[in-house]
Design a protein. Structure first.
Length: 318
């Protein structure tokens, strides 16, 4: 592998795809960090080398905002940039992921950061994972809740039974199975490990998943009038709710009922915003740097994303 490009010992990064998640979501919102480009620019350990996009307007906007070069294709980038790259973010449409990964592996990066879902095709997803493994390039798939402090803390709550046994849960979502519901399928895999058993039922975008003795109901809104992203976990001694597109939360705990003697009821004991999700790509970049500098185990990989896609395929066949 060629020596990665450095500027004052920084890690070099390239973004392939300058659409919403690559560049656009926070283009005019300086307080937030939703995109790969802003997360790289805000981190002093990263040297953002260039962006790649076939659309001239996106390239111009990217270069103007970031003061960084932009190219129309990976081939064009390779003609002009000869030094190695540490990190390649692939933010292209899902149907182009296999081709983009294959081309980017020729740069011999240390890690590819691939937007989710890994693919819409299970065989293509397996091929992506296999290619990266053969080329010895790490693959991080951007299910960003795995590296968010709130959701990591929720995993500890489940494992340490701080609210008792996790009994069941519900997810309310819009935006489709592959794009949005997949976030919470992946999150359940993160929280509960390899305990997925089966798809219990399905009615279009509404379905139920069985994890051990626990059932989780997924309810789609259709997403015609508004975005909806919420989850609800019910424990033997409490409840956790994520609301407002996961930007706020509530924790309820079992307490003596204020009205009925010898009965218990849930009382809201904690609530507030989840501010980290307004800067979620910051956490992703920090996690990637921990891997590159210290060899910290990646929480979201090609293998974990593949397990999520395999469950999605089972939902579609149910």
């Amino acid at each position: 592998m060629s020596s990665p490009r450095r500027s004052n010992k920084k890690f070099s990064a390239l973004i392939v795809g300058l659409g919403n998640i690559g560049f656009g979501y926070d283009e005019d919102q300086p307080r937030y960090v939703f995109t790969h480009s802003r997360a790289y620019l805000k981190n002093k350990q990263i040297d953002l080398i260039a962006g790649i996009d076939p659309r001239e307007a996106r390239r111009r906007a990217f270069s103007r905002k970031t003061k960084t070069r932009a190219y129309g294709s990976i081939a064009e980038f390779n003609r002009f940039e000869k030094e190695g790259i540490d990190i390649v973010s692939i933010c292209t449409p899902t149907e182009t992921h296999y081709r983009s990964v294959k081309e980017c592996l020729g740069m011999k990066p240390r890690i590819i950061v691939l937007e989710k879902p890994i693919s819409n095709d299970i065989d293509e997803a397996r091929a992506i994972v296999k290619l990266c493994r053969e080329k010895k390039v790490a693959l991080y798939v951007n299910y960003m809740r795995r590296v968010d402090p709130f959701f990591a803390a929720a995993k500890k709550t489940i494992q340490q039974k701080k609210l008792g046994e996790l009994l069941f849960g519900a997810v309310y979502y819009s935006g489709g199975l592959n794009n949005n519901a997949s976030h919470f399928i992946d999150l359940l895999n993160f929280w509960l490990g390899d305990s997925f058993e089966k798809v219990n039922y399905r009615d279009n975008g509404t379905f139920g998943l069985q994890y051990g003795a626990r059932q989780f109901h997924f309810q789609t809104s259709g997403g015609f009038n508004y975005a909806l992203t919420e989850c609800d976990l019910v424990f033997s001694r409490g409840r956790i709710r994520c609301l407002d597109s996961d930007l706020s939360y509530e924790i309820h705990e079992s307490r003596g009922d204020r009205y009925f003697k010898n009965y218990r009821a849930l009382k809201k004991t904690e609530s507030g915003p989840i501010p980290s999700l307004l800067r979620y790509q910051v956490r992703v970049v920090e996690h990637i740097l921990d891997y590159l500098k210290r060899g910290t185990k990646l929480r979201s990989t090609g293998d974990t994303a593949l397990k999520t896609l395999e469950i999605i395929e089972k939902v579609k066949r149910a």
